[in-house]
Ligand binder design. Structure first.
Ligand code: P5A
Length: 443
């Protein structure tokens, strides 16, 4: 992408309405624009990051054997009356009527709708296990939408639902999701710690939230420091292997780590004092096992191998996709701007032409741009006729992990400068060497 043809409405000043750094930087970097309280348009740069996160989630869900679907954002109230949640959901649910005076709503979550799909088509244990998920917009009329995309009213969520014959099978689905979520967050450059939580309006007893530690987080969390030392890393996973998924689940959840809703001071005091931590965290996901709550209420039954009709065991699993964009920035920025982890960066590197209009500099940049593209990378080329200082400030603000700086002086010696956004380290090298290094970096 050439910056001269891009839509990147950066702001020089800090917007007054933004109280936390991610909100401030998303507005300043021209990623989003508010259209109403808690409702945002995603501009080109923001959308690119959102899609990268979405792609990682799709990829990991597919690896775990889960099937992507897409359900509507608008639902009929009838299904929610069947489950009993139409009244329970309260003012957070956006309700309206269609022209025939039928009660409709904008989906805050989709347990009812997926259960309806299931009961209409599945009636034998032979079709189980089944896990389907979607990545779709949700609406919750939050009392206090704030912090930009962190607590929106309209937000993008991955929501998945498992259907299993037995509690044991459903608990395997729970563990499988925990593993696939740990992998997904790690690919986004984030450490998200599973913590025992409260199930709220979704219901059920088994539930973990995934929290990214950050001072600006909305949840107070209590944990044994040992949980921050666990890394998922490069493990070979067989998602069908019940034992393997269970032992990873235990490894990541057996230490004390709870949100304030489930915090137990007596149990916490058993953690050695030097490891006891109280901090704040951003909830970027939650998994639930709620048994037969919805299947019984809505008649989602199958025949088991003995011909008995039984309700299926279910769980649901969510990731806050749009919230993650903010969470990643909270976890990765400095005073100049965002620092994107390589897994989600909107462009792989920036190219800065120090002297736009200089024949040699222009053609060196052009050639770099073409060759990076041919090598499968997406560069963002700042080809505007601007001063170098302004170009550097914009690049630092939008946070691409790598920058190649091209100027007539370096070119005389056959070199360009490759700079790492996180460390600030710069090295001079030939354009070929810079391309090679970047290709290696992203492979
Ligand atoms: C699980 C999927 C559910 O709704 N039903 C389907 C279950 N879980 S949840 O915890 O309520 O939401 C899942 C994740 O969505 C994000 N989230 C939000 N993001 C931005 N703004 C909001 N107002 C908001 N509310 C929830 C969180 O990351 C949450 O973990």
């Amino acid at each position: 992408m050439r910056l001269s043809r891009y839509f990147l409405p950066v702001l020089k000043e800090n917007p007054a309405e933004a109280q936390i750094v991610s909100h401030r930087l998303m507005l300043r970097a021209g990623m989003i624009k508010q259209s109403a309280a808690g409702i945002y348009s995603w501009l080109p740069l923001g959308l690119k990051v959102l899609k990268n996160i979405e792609n990682i989630i799709h990829d990991e869900q597919e690896k775990a054997g889960h099937l992507a679907i897409l359900m509507p954002t608008i639902q009929s109230a009838d299904l929610w009356r069947e489950s009993g949640r139409y009244e329970d959901y309260g003012e957070e649910m956006l309700r309206f009527k269609d022209r025939h005076d039928r009660d409709m709503l904008f989906t805050p979550t989709a347990e009812e709708l997926i259960t309806d799909i299931f009961r209409g088509h599945v009636n034998s244990y032979k079709d189980l296990p089944l896990t389907m998920y979607q990545i779709q917009w949700k609406f919750r009329d939050e009392r206090r939408p704030r912090f930009g995309v962190m607590r929106g009213r309209e937000f993008y969520m991955k929501d998945g639902y498992n259907f299993d014959l037995t509690k044991e099978d459903a608990l395997h689905a729970y563990n499988r999701h925990l593993v696939s979520y740990l992998r997904s967050y790690e690919r986004m450059g984030l450490q998200a710690i599973p913590m025992r939580a409260d199930s709220g309006p979704i219901g059920g007893e088994d539930t973990h939230e995934f929290l990214v530690l950050a001072e600006t987080g909305e949840s107070e969390v209590f944990y044994d420091k040992a949980v921050t030392e666990l890394k998922f890393g490069d493990r070979d996973i067989d998602f069908n292997n019940i034992q393997q998924c269970q032992s990873i689940m235990e490894e990541f959840t057996d230490k004390y780590a709870r949100t304030d809703e489930t915090h137990d001071e007596v149990a916490f005091e058993k953690v050695p004092e030097e490891r006891r931590q109280v901090a704040r965290g951003i909830e970027v996901g939650q998994i639930f096992y709620f048994g037969t709550k919805y299947s019984e209420a809505m008649g989602a039954m199958v025949q088991d191998s003995e011909g008995q009709t039984v309700p299926v065991h279910m769980g649901s699993h969510g990731i806050g996709v749009s919230r993650l964009v903010g969470a990643i920035i909270e976890a990765s920025h400095d005073d100049k701007g965002i620092i994107w982890p390589e897994g989600v960066t909107p462009y792989h590197c920036g190219i800065i032409n120090l002297k736009q209009g200089d024949e040699e500099a222009d053609s060196a940049c052009e050639s770099l741009y073409q060759r990076l593209g041919a090598a499968g990378l997406e560069p963002l080329y700042d080809d505007r006729k601007e001063r170098a200082g302004g170009k550097f400030a914009t690049m630092d603000l939008i946070g691409l992990p790598w920058r190649i700086t091209v100027g007539p002086r370096g070119l005389k010696n056959g070199v360009v400068e490759l700079t790492n956004r996180r460390t600030g380290e710069s090295d001079e090298m030939s354009p070929e060497a810079a391309i090679k290094k970047l290709v290696e970096q992203y492979s």
